[in-house]
Ligand binder design. Structure first.
Ligand code: CUA
Length: 300
């Protein structure tokens, strides 16, 4: 199947072309009338009137109705196509909106904010919300779809170009709505399989003193690190947090030279970067913060 964004793009072009033709027709008639009936060509006598001209009235009612009917049918066709009806998805991924981050679950393997999908493969996202209404939207890949508490909506995605696609929550969901970014990483099937194999494993480091700091603090109330006793589910699964490109759903880079400094800054005071975020500051000594930040970015 062609990617949903392609179908939407084609429909936009067709509707845009119809709108341009109407614009040219209406403006052309206007300019012609101004020129043809200008004052210097005034002809004596009453101007013609078109009151009660039934054929004219039928024509200017039928023409717009016909145009709208054509657009309606084209839209129905596009909606059917992008819903992926008749094409079985190769994979289902559960996506849950949270204030203010995204959870993606590949059959129990959880990650956050960065959705990886294989190239040229129809994927179905099963969308729901853990709290308020969010809306999943990656414009280059497909339409918007609301994420509602207690309801599961479905969204078909597929991409024919590998790379990173940016998206954004598109339903106001509270103070940090704007920092609810989505990154979709489209990979070849073998790259995707390798990525999923890594994500499926528990954390690969051995237990360190830094990990004990994590386990001894409130971090564990909200976060899971598979392979440890941390099993919280209110916040993102951190088993492989070091492999993500950003932290805080896009707030801070997690890849540049400041990777440990950014993580440390986030741990020390999340409210500084994302005011209203549900993550509290954890009162730790400077040495513990350094160690904890280095530990988390090492979770690849
Ligand atoms: Cu989630 Cu706006």
């Amino acid at each position: 199947m062609r990617p949903p964004a392609d179908a939407i793009g084609t429909l936009s072009l067709v509707v845009g072309a119809i709108a341009v033709l109407i614009f040219i027709g209406v403006e052309g008639a206007l300019v012609f009338a101004i020129w043809r009936y200008r004052a210097s060509r005034h002809v004596a006598g009453e101007p013609a009137t078109f009151e009660r001209n039934r054929r004219l009235e039928i024509a200017w009612t039928a023409a717009p109705a016909l145009i709208l009917a054509v657009i309606f049918v084209l839209t129905l066709g596009t909606m059917a196509e992008i819903s992926g009806a008749g094409v079985t998805p190769a994979m289902r991924i559960a996506a849950t909106g949270h204030q203010w981050w995204w959870e993606f679950s590949y059959g129990g393997v959880k990650t956050a904010n960065e959705l990886h999908i294989p190239l040229d493969t129809p994927i179905d996202l099963d969308l729901t919300s853990a709290d308020v209404i969010h809306s999943f939207w990656v414009p280059e890949l497909g339409p918007k779809m609301d994420m509602l508490p207690g309801v599961t909506n479905h969204l078909r995605l597929s991409a024919r170009r590998a790379g990173s696609y940016e998206g954004q929550c598109s339903e106001f969901c509270g103070i940090e709505h704007a920092w609810m970014r989505i990154r979709v990483v489209v990979q070849t099937q073998s790259e995707f399989d390798a990525w999923l194999a890594v994500q499926s494993k528990p954390r690969t480091t051995v237990e360190t003193d830094a990990e004990k700091i994590f386990l001894a603090n409130i971090c564990v109330s909200c976060h899971t690190i598979r392979g440890t006793d941390a099993k919280g589910t209110a916040g993102p699964d951190l088993t492989h947090v070091g492999s993500r490109v950003t932290i805080g759903a896009g707030v801070l880079e997690n890849t540049d030279a400041n990777i440990v400094a950014n993580m440390r800054g986030w741990l020390a005071d999340p409210q500084r970067y994302k005011p209203g975020a549900l993550m509290p500051s954890v009162p730790l000594s400077n040495a513990d913060l350094d160690a904890l930040a280095a530990y988390l970015v090492s979770l690849k």
